[in-house]
Write a protein that binds this ligand. Structure first.
Ligand SMILES: *[C@@H]1O[C@H](CO)[C@@H](O)[C@H](O)[C@H]1NC(C)=O
Ligand SMILES: *[C@@H]1O[C@H](CO)[C@@H](O)[C@H](O)[C@H]1NC(C)=O
Ligand SMILES: *[C@@H]1O[C@H](CO)[C@@H](O)[C@H](O)[C@H]1NC(C)=O
Ligand SMILES: *[C@@H]1O[C@H](CO)[C@@H](O)[C@H](O)[C@H]1NC(C)=O
Ligand SMILES: *[C@@H]1O[C@H](CO)[C@@H](O)[C@H](O)[C@H]1NC(C)=O
Ligand SMILES: *[C@@H]1O[C@H](CO)[C@@H](O)[C@H](O)[C@H]1NC(C)=O
Ligand SMILES: *[C@@H]1O[C@H](CO)[C@@H](O)[C@H](O)[C@H]1NC(C)=O
Ligand SMILES: *[C@@H]1O[C@H](CO)[C@@H](O)[C@H](O)[C@H]1NC(C)=O
Ligand SMILES: *[C@@H]1O[C@H](CO)[C@@H](O)[C@H](O)[C@H]1NC(C)=O
Length: 500
């Protein structure tokens, strides 16, 4: 009886964690406003080579759908503003679009979001957005897909009338009639509030008020929000928090924010002096690092945030200043505009053109020297048992037996588990006993595993990412790795009860 109860408790706890702990992700926007881009097939290959797992496109192009079919890459697709009218007018238009343009490619093309219109407040198409969203949602519901494909729309920060200090964030009341039904829709359907965030423009347009360092996540000083006492070290966080406060002011506290575009141009007109490859690299590198460890923002610490970097390619047909055509991570010939450590784990070397050391971002996981012996022993037992680590190298007379200490043995086992399970944060957690290091702990003949050095995985190999480079941001921790960690925590808990 009691045991059954405990099992149920454990199982529900596990499901809850699996649901909650998806982790922040980093994707890329694949804009195609250019006449010199590689074909969608080639672009999809490039995306895969760089281990990008999330891609935003701006339409529902069939060639692009086909190119991303069976890649496992999640696509956010869009209905452009110019197409909104028929979607807003008749349900049947949304139904037939879904039937003819989407369903034939789904689910082999993994579509997870539909953006209905983009930055409507910038182009005065607000009256069409919510009706079109509702019709698209109804079409999805009829097809049984409304939980798998989320419907939302993107915004510019111009929806706010005030963004500083963040706690004073407020929506522009001119948009009230647009925003009210929209926010109700998002809250009811657990869809995110999507926003395009560009500290670049804020800096460019008021360089006297905004420091470049603050825009680039490089600031050593802090900006204090006088109302909350929260400290801001970068503009990105301040802008996101302004939105959280604006939502909270209208009592929509459960809506999550998703950043559907952000980035930095690598080139601009002579007046746009901040548009350089160095700054673009610094911004995007710091952004990825900031996001993937679930840092959250000062108002929402630890909150997961999914972010899409704008953009995959430079787009030569975009109108406007030179910078508009230079947001890409890649040139149309698929070479990189600058180096970007997609894993967010490399050394803090963000100087373009210099030799980047440690670009492959290899990390290892060792045991904290602070842990008590009893807890370490439990963790070691777990790793060598349920964790499926090959612990023969730490047996007597084997290369990693000496030094014969728990810390040393646990370090070896932790690292093997970590490498075998995608080298993700969670795979080195061990309830706080694991410590990630970027120096290879191998010594003498005791060789610590690196990612990919052994593909023998604890469970189904296809489910577990083995690379440490991932523009998926946080390497998407597989469910099996979570299951392991949770079984580990339960193991520890039970062990501690036994130890009483
Ligand atoms: C926005 O569009 C509506 C009609 O769709 C029009 O009445 C209104 O004047 C427009 N506003 C602006 C600022 O262009
Ligand atoms: C609010 O939006 C309206 C319409 O776009 C605009 O004219 C006005 O300047 C905005 N107000 C603020 C404070 O940004
Ligand atoms: C700079 O900040 C001050 C005070 O917040 C504000 O009054 C002023 O309008 C800002 N200037 C620009 C160019 O944004
Ligand atoms: C996450 O990154 C931020 C800044 O990049 C850093 O200050 C923070 O300590 C990191 N948090 C964790 C848990 O690694
Ligand atoms: C980069 O490394 C190469 C060889 O490792 C060296 O010859 C070159 O001078 C280095 N360049 C810079 C900018 O450090
Ligand atoms: C990454 O670099 C380390 C040394 O810095 C090396 O041991 C390791 O084999 C490299 N990994 C890959 C996958 O290239
Ligand atoms: C060990 O504990 C000290 C003080 O509690 C802490 O500063 C340090 O970061 C810990 N080291 C590790 C490896 O956890
Ligand atoms: C990988 O693991 C298998 C089975 O555990 C083992 O036989 C093999 O030697 C390992 N290879 C390396 C390179 O560690
Ligand atoms: C791994 O997963 C694939 C696809 O889900 C399945 O076909 C295969 O049988 C599984 N293999 C093992 C060993 O469980």
């Amino acid at each position: 009886m009691e045991r059954g109860f405990r099992l149920i408790l454990a199982a529900s706890l596990m499901l809850m964690l699996l649901d909650l702990c998806r982790g922040s992700t980093i994707g890329v926007c694949y804009g195609r406003n250019a006449d010199d881009l590689p074909t969608p097939d080639k672009a999809a290959q490039l995306v895969q080579q760089h281990n990008i797992k999330y891609v935003r496109i701006y339409d529902s192009n069939i060639q692009v759908f086909k190119a991303f079919a069976n890649t496992g890459i999640e696509l956010m697709i869009g209905i452009p503003n110019s197409d909104l009218l028929p979607f807003a007018q008749f349900q049947s238009n949304a139904d037939s679009w879904l039937k003819n343009n989407i369903l034939p490619y789904y689910p082999s093309t993994k579509i997870t979001y539909i953006t209905v219109g983009a930055e409507a407040t910038e182009v005065n198409s607000t009256s069409l957005v919510v009706p079109a969203m509702q019709n698209v949602f109804t079409a999805l519901r009829k097809a049984g897909l409304h939980k798998k494909i989320k419907v939302s729309t993107t915004h510019s920060l111009g929806v706010l009338s005030r963004s500083f200090p963040p706690s004073a964030g407020a929506f522009n009341s001119s948009f009230a009639s647009f925003l009210k039904p929209l926010l109700i829709f998002l809250a009811e359907n657990k869809s995110p509030f999507m926003v395009d965030i560009y500290p670049y423009y804020a800096f460019r347009d008021s360089p006297n008020n905004v420091s470049l360092d603050y825009a680039l996540f490089e600031s050593s000083s802090e900006v204090i929000d006088p109302n909350t006492g929260l400290l801001y070290t970068n503009m990105f966080d301040a802008q996101i928090d302004a939105l959280y406060f604006a939502l909270a002011a209208l009592n929509f506290r459960t809506i999550k924010i998703m950043v559907t575009e952000t980035g930095w141009p690598s080139k601009g007109s002579p007046k746009e002096t901040a548009a350089t490859p160095d700054n673009a690299q610094t911004y995007n590198t710091n952004l990825i690092r900031h996001v993937i460890n679930d840092t959250g923002t000062p108002a929402k610490p630890g909150e997961e945030l999914d972010v899409y970097i704008f953009s995959l390619f430079n787009e030569n047909r975009k109108p406007g200043l030179d910078s508009e055509r230079n947001w890409g991570l890649f040139y149309p010939d698929k070479t990189s505009v600058y180096n970007l450590d997609f894993s967010g784990r490399g050394s803090v070397d963000v100087i373009t053109g210099a030799n980047i050391t440690n670009t492959n971002g290899t990390t290892w996981c060792i045991a904290s020297s602070n842990a008590s012996d009893r807890v370490l022993q439990s963790a070691l037992d777990w790793a060598c048992g349920p964790g499926n680590v090959d612990c023969s190298p730490i047996q007597p007379s084997q290369p990693c037996y000496e030094p014969d200490t728990l810390v040393s043995h646990a370090s070896y086992a932790f690292n093997s588990f970590y490498q075998q399970n995608g080298a993700s944060d969670v795979a080195c957690s061990f309830g706080g006993l694991g410590v990630r290091v970027d120096k290879n702990p191998s010594y003498d003949k005791c060789l610590y595993m690196t990612t990919g050095s052994n593909k023998t995985l604890s469970t189904n190999a296809t489910a577990i990412p083995t690379t440490s480079h991932s523009l998926a941001g946080k390497v998407h921790t597989s469910k099996s790795s979570w299951t392991f960690m949770i079984s580990f925590l339960l193991f520890l808990a039970i062990d501690s009860i036994r130890g009483w």
